[in-house]
Write a protein that binds this ligand. Structure first.
Ligand SMILES: Nc1ncnc2c1ncn2[C@@H]1O[C@H](COP(=O)(O)OP(=O)(O)O)[C@@H](O)[C@H]1O
Ligand SMILES: Nc1ccn([C@@H]2O[C@H](COP(=O)(O)OP(=O)(O)O)[C@@H](O)[C@H]2O)c(=O)n1
Ligand SMILES: [Mg+2]
Length: 214
């Protein structure tokens, strides 16, 4: 689906004041973070539909890499089954390729950065500062309920791996949210509400990005 590049896009600048450029185009990136089952993918689909962003789920890109039978696939598969985090150079390369290949310049990067290594790798390799970080806040018991009902046939949606993923989220991912919060970049959403109500709050945040290009 081609979306005209929105040249009037409000785009964050690097700490050194340089604009966010990638593959010769100005890009706007929003990181979408939250625990497993907090509703990141669900809300990203709504944002795509209403605001014309392209949704890049780091997890989906990794699962496609497994399916492709690439040499990294086996390693990625075992890491995902352990609920751990794949080496950043793999994930960042997949994200960079997807953004350059896309005709869009507004990206929702879902489930990334999941640890400090992810964040630093993105900053050093892709050199783009996020507009902001959308953080979906939800209790573990609610997230467990949702994951066990997700029925997407995912190898990591079983209670043992879910518990491991929550530990990784607490130990490695939440500190990334706290890092961005210390820079005033986090927009926190109560994700425990029903899907439409959560999206009402999300819409308010995305208004400045205009509705989907006609
Ligand atoms: N606000 C919500 N209330 C109830 N169920 C939800 C809500 N948001 C998402 N879900 C469901 O919970 C599961 C996990 O949602 P998903 O968007 O895949 O979360 P994440 O990408 O954060 O893991 C899916 O089955 C989805 O339909
Ligand atoms: N930045 C990322 C994102 C996901 N992943 C791996 O992919 C798995 C699934 O990520 P996901 O975002 O699809 O999971 P959900 O939060 O949607 O349940 C994670 O548990 C990690 O094992 C990763 O290693 N690094
Ligand atoms: Mg997801």
């Amino acid at each position: 689906m081609s979306t005209a590049v929105d040249a009037s896009l409000p785009v964050a600048e690097q700490e050194d004041g340089t604009a966010n450029m990638l593959g010769g185009k100005k890009v706007a990136v929003v990181f979408v973070l939250g625990g497993p089952g907090s509703g990141k993918g669900t809300q990203c689909s709504n944002i795509v539909e209403h605001f014309g962003f392209t949704h890049l789920s780091a997890g989906e890109l990794l699962r496609s890499e497994i399916k492709s039978g690439s040499e990294n696939g086996t390693m990625i598969d075992s890491i995902i089954k352990e609920g751990k985090i794949v080496p950043s150079e793999i994930t960042v390369k997949l994200l960079q390729e997807a953004m350059i290949k896309s005709e869009n310049n507004k990206f929702l990067i879902d489930g990334f950065p999941r640890n400090q290594e992810n964040r630093l790798s993105f900053e050093n390799v892709i050199k783009i500062a996020p507009e902001f970080v959308l953080f979906f806040d939800c209790s573990e018991e609610e997230m467990v309920r949702r994951l066990l009902g997700r029925n997407q046939g995912r190898a990591d949606d079983n209670i043992e791996t879910i518990r491991k993923r929550f530990r990784v989220f607490e130990e490695s991912s939440l500190p990334v949210v706290q890092y961005y919060d210390s820079k005033g970049k986090v927009k926190k959403i109560n994700a425990a509400k029903p899907i439409p109500e959560v999206f009402e709050d999300v819409k308010t945040i995305f208004q400045p990005y205009g509705s989907k290009a006609a």
